[in-house]
Design a protein around this ligand. Structure first.
Ligand code: F6P
Length: 351
């Protein structure tokens, strides 16, 4: 049974309340759980369906009842959930998106919203919640943990920007989608002797941009983590390239580092080289997951069920040193991720 610590009229500020409520949970005092919920939250990512499927199948085969919550935390506080059985998840492994649907819930960013969500779990008899999503979703999960709801986080975002884990579900598919699109853009840039400026996703993170930049042999790379000098890092690189005999150019910009449209216009104005912008946008979030995303989603979610069966709550499933394990949610959310400077240096050496 849940032990919700606060009611709607008496809830401390969820951002400041410390975790001393739940880290004292002694597994030997907790009865075996019977029913848990699963939701997907934030931006969707290829492999989320594989993750839900794995939660459902490994959960049921370990003796749990699984309830699927639709539209993320929004559906949680509204009580939009129903039981899922093993047959309900057949033919989902290879599908992009998330059949549970997802949302970015504004209500859930308030303490009243969090308590409403926790109360709704009580109504449906859910004793723990598996949250598949990125950092924003993990903050929602942490807020629930802080009011007494046992949670487990599974990393699902194309951005690979969660500090506690080396890998997030969806990253590989998104990078491959971007790479294929950029290869095609290179063909036409080459035919027309143009510069192709391609905006990839990543408001705060340049991991997709960096790896795709390496994989497509781009000339320039602009990412939010590293300030750039437009004349030196873009114009100079393109003009040097032209002097060496290059006749087409690929510039990759992560969305948080600038607008492809503006950058293309400036390149054309300053260099006289025709430049065309392309925004890959949400294309990168769709599509059938790659082998890596299917296997990571399946194994990470199976690990989440293991945590629940072992009564190790408020954990984030992570890939660490290439192995799937878990870390405390409070500690995980304190960690900071930095861009791999060595890889970035190598990108520029190759350009
Ligand atoms: O977090 C995933 C992500 O795709 C980011 O790369 C991007 O900045 C953001 O979501 C876009 O969000 P939305 O779907 O709300 O446009």
């Amino acid at each position: 049974m849940l032990n919700i610590l606060y009611d709607e009229t008496n809830v401390p500020d969820i951002d400041t309340l410390r975790a001393d409520n739940y880290d004292k949970i002694d597994p030997s005092t907790v009865q075996d759980l019977k029913r848990i919920g699963v939701l997907t939250s934030g931006g969707d990512a290829p492999g989320m369906n594989a993750a839900i499927r794995s939660v459902v199948r490994t959960g049921i085969n370990s003796g749990l009842e699984i309830f699927g919550v639709t539209r993320g935390f929004h559906g949680l506080w509204k009580g939009e959930m129903s039981q899922i059985n093993t047959r309900d998840v057949s033919e989902t492994l290879q599908r992009g998106g998330t059949f549970l649907m997802t949302a970015r819930s504004k209500t859930f960013m308030t303490k009243e919203g969090v308590i409403k969500g926790a109360r709704m779990m009580e109504v449906y008899g859910l004793e723990a919640l598996i949250v598949i999503g990125g950092d924003g979703s993990y903050k929602g999960a942490r807020a629930l943990a802080r009011v007494g709801v046992p949670v487990i986080g599974v990393p699902g975002t194309i951005d690979n920007d969660i500090a506690s884990t080396e890998y997030t579900i969806g990253y590989d598919t998104a990078m491959n989608t971007a790479m294929e699109a950029i290869d095609k853009l290179r063909d036409t840039a080459s035919s027309h002797e143009r510069c192709s400026v391609i905006e990839v996703m990543g408001r705060h993170a340049g991991y997709i941009a960096l790896n795709v930049g390496i994989a497509t042999g781009a000339e320039c790379l602009l990412i939010p983590e590293v300030p750039y000098d437009f004349d030196k890092d873009v114009i100079r690189v393109i003009l040097d390239g032209r002097n060496k005999g290059k006749r087409h150019y690929i510039v990759i910009v992560a969305e948080g580092a600038g607008s492809a449209t503006d950058i293309a216009a400036r390149i054309e104005e300053v260099t006289g080289i025709e430049a065309r912008p392309t925004i890959l946008g949400h294309l990168q979030r769709g599509g059938s997951p790659t082998l890596r995303d299917r296997t990571m989603a399946t194994l990470m979610s199976a690990h989440a069920i293991e945590c629940i069966k072992e009564k190790r709550f408020n954990r984030l499933v992570v890939l660490k040193d290439g192995k799937i394990t878990d870390v405390d949610i409070e500690e995980g959310l304190e960690m900071k991720k930095t861009i791999n400077q060595k890889e970035l240096d190598k990108f520029w050496l190759l350009s």
